[in-house]
Design a protein around this ligand. Structure first.
Ligand code: FES
Length: 169
């Protein structure tokens, strides 16, 4: 029961004895309580930093629930990531006001400047590029969130300056 089927990628947390111990501990501590799936995944995201695909399969096996149930939670909440996040995160609001106000153009510009797609991290591990739901400041659309800081009325021209401030941090 402690083995997941198939080969694990070399750098997966499940192959690292220290991280594996932590994962097993988190599952053991929470498997009997109500809402264990969400609690276990939350703890894994906080303590390991992400929930890889093999970790999702492992959690499903250990909690005796379908893998699709775990995938469903991980893909629904933007808090979860399946790869490690970079030092900084830049999120683009996909709520209606922001989307209509220019988020797609900002996303295109960011792809050019950072050379990565949404959901990816720059190769130097500095910046993770993400999309998010409405962050509640629609009057300032389009909005981006850099770490915890909100930038409103962002234009493609202003964006390179904001992004270079992050990469130089
Ligand atoms: S739609 Fe972007 S903040 Fe609400």
């Amino acid at each position: 029961m402690n083995n997941i089927n198939g080969k694990l990628p070399e750098n997966d947390p499940l192959t690292n004895p220290k991280q594996r111990k932590l994962i097993d501990q988190i599952i053991a501590d929470n498997k009997k309580i109500a809402g264990s799936t969400m609690i276990v995944l939350n703890e894994l995201q906080s303590q390991i930093g992400y929930v890889s695909e093999p970790m999702q399969v492992y959690v499903a096996q250990m909690l005796q629930i379908p893998v699709s149930a775990v995938h469903g939670v991980v893909s629904f909440y933007s808090f979860f990531t399946t790869t490690p996040r970079g030092e900084h995160t830049v999120k683009f609001c996909m709520g209606t006001a922001c989307y209509v106000g220019g988020t797609p153009q900002l996303i295109d510009k960011t792809k050019q400047v950072l050379g990565i797609e949404p959901g990816e991290t720059t190769p130097d591990g500095k910046v993770t590029f993400e999309l998010c739901r409405c962050v509640g400041v629609c009057s300032q659309a389009p909005v981006i969130v850099v770490d915890e800081e909100i930038f409103g009325q962002v234009t493609p021209n202003k964006l390179p300056k904001i992004l270079s401030a992050i990469t130089e941090k």
